[in-house]
Design a protein around this ligand. Structure first.
Ligand SMILES: C[S@@+](CC[C@H](N)C(=O)[O-])C[C@H]1O[C@@H](n2cnc3c(N)ncnc32)[C@H](O)[C@@H]1O
Length: 275
């Protein structure tokens, strides 16, 4: 039977589904990236209205991540990193910083967002020391059981676990302390954990408003106090200077200072070693 010709009357425009806003793409927009859609930009712009200095905050987050990776690979001597909630590739990614110190450093990126995974896989297609796997932080047992992760990392040797800008998307009822405990339990002695976490800075109206915009926009956010962030690292040996605000963690290692903007008090960081 001959194929029927489509007439103008039959023609339907292709439906382009507008994606719902997503954490990784909102963050990408705030960092000046291009991998985001209108709904992501709408959320990001609401954050810009409630927290005009947010760009400084996200730059500080990337900067402390660089400092910590340099510390873990350069000073602590780790050669394996597990970065959960790696986000969309941007400048100075974890594998680039680590492999600039030692090209043999193995990196596993984990994220639960399909867009992040697709971009990361494309970028890393020819990097043999870096792999990208799908996984959800809220289910550590399944995440750690991933076959490619297990092939790539040797859990008989120390691992640097990076939880940068992700634990504040795990709600209290999802038991973030249990999640961290279960991950740390799998790591050998001599491993390190890094946490970057947004802070519920007491009666700080900007912090509260930003958390509300994130909750409404991407469906989740749970900022915590610096004491609660420190509790995640209990039982581990804190690396100097302990759990502090983002600009207090070895600012001297990052060249020009970001300054003492109040936005930098809205995030805490800590690095700790498993004895
Ligand atoms: C704000 S970005 C942080 C990116 C990068 N770590 C940084 O600090 O620059 C948070 C990332 O965590 C991912 N994420 C959020 N919840 C997650 C979960 N439960 N499991 C895995 N990834 C998650 C998001 O998709 C996003 O890519």
């Amino acid at each position: 039977m001959p194929e029927q010709q489509q007439t103008t009357a039959d023609w339907q425009p292709a439906v382009f589904e507008t994606p719902t806003p997503n954490i990784a793409r909102v963050y990408d927009y705030l960092l000046g990236g291009k991998d985001n859609y209108a709904p992501d930009r709408a959320v990001a712009q609401r954050i810009e209205q409630t927290l005009p200095e947010v760009h400084l905050g996200v730059k500080a987050q990337r900067a402390v991540l660089r400092r910590v990776v340099r510390h873990l690979v350069g000073e602590a001597g780790l050669r394996q990193l597990l970065d959960i909630g790696s986000g969309l590739p941007t400048a100075d990614n974890v594998h680039q910083i680590a492999q600039a110190i030692d090209p043999a450093t193995k990196v596993v990126y984990v994220d639960n967002d399909p867009v992040v995974l697709a971009h990361a896989r494309a970028l890393l297609a020819d990097n043999r020391e870096t792999v990208v796997v799908a996984g959800d932080l809220r289910n550590p047992a399944e995440l750690l059981a991933d076959e490619r992760l297990r092939e790539h990392l040797d859990f008989g040797q120390p691992v640097g676990l990076l939880l940068c800008g992700i634990l504040h998307y795990v709600l209290d009822e999802e038991e973030p302390a249990r999640v961290v405990r279960e991950l740390v339990a799998e790591l050998p002695s001599g491993s390190y954990v890094f946490i970057h976490h947004l802070l519920a800075a007491g009666d700080d109206a900007e912090a509260a408003a930003t958390e509300a915009v994130l909750r409404q926009g991407v469906g989740r956010a749970q900022f915590r106090t610096i004491g609660q962030v420190a509790e995640f690292l209990e039982g581990l040996e804190l690396v100097d200077p302990g759990v502090v605000t983002v600009s207090e963690w070895h600012p001297e290692e990052d060249g020009p200072k970001l300054g003492e903007n109040p936005v930098l008090r809205l995030a805490a960081v800590g690095v700790a070693r498993k004895p």
